[in-house]
Design a protein around this ligand. Structure first.
Ligand SMILES: [Zn+2]
Length: 120
């Protein structure tokens, strides 16, 4: 039963590869701004967008030991530990100014039955 004893790595390979590929470098011979060496994007707090998503997936799938190893090898920074799971959706659907289906309060008034009902 050798297969059962092999620990499965929960971290997807693309996340680990992206963390390795997307590294910062300084433009203008080390005097300019930080850019991603792989995709050329501006380097933010969590790197480029590819690195940020890879770091996010790594954080949510890696074991504590893997996370510590990534921190020790500088694949992950302390800032990455504060990545949020997702940005809360702020675009809620607004109600229509004119509701399409407006039913009358009393359907009998639309039909003119109120006088009839009152007469009964
Ligand atoms: Zn990149």
């Amino acid at each position: 039963m050798g297969l059962l004893s092999v620990p499965a790595d929960p971290v997807p390979a693309w996340a680990k590869i992206d963390l390795q590929l997307h590294q910062p470098y300084r433009t203008w011979l080390g005097f300019g701004r930080l850019r991603c060496d792989w995709c050329g994007e501006a380097w933010g707090r969590h790197g480029c967008s590819s690195r940020e998503s890879a770091a996010r997936v790594f954080l949510y799938t890696a074991s504590p030991a893997q996370r510590q190893a990534a921190l020790d090898s500088d694949d992950l920074t302390a800032d990455d530990l504060r990545l949020r799971r997702s940005v809360p959706a702020r675009h809620r659907r607004r109600p229509r100014p004119h509701p399409r289906h407006r039913s009358p309060a009393n359907p009998l008034t639309a039909l003119g039955f109120t006088d009839l009902v009152a007469a009964l």
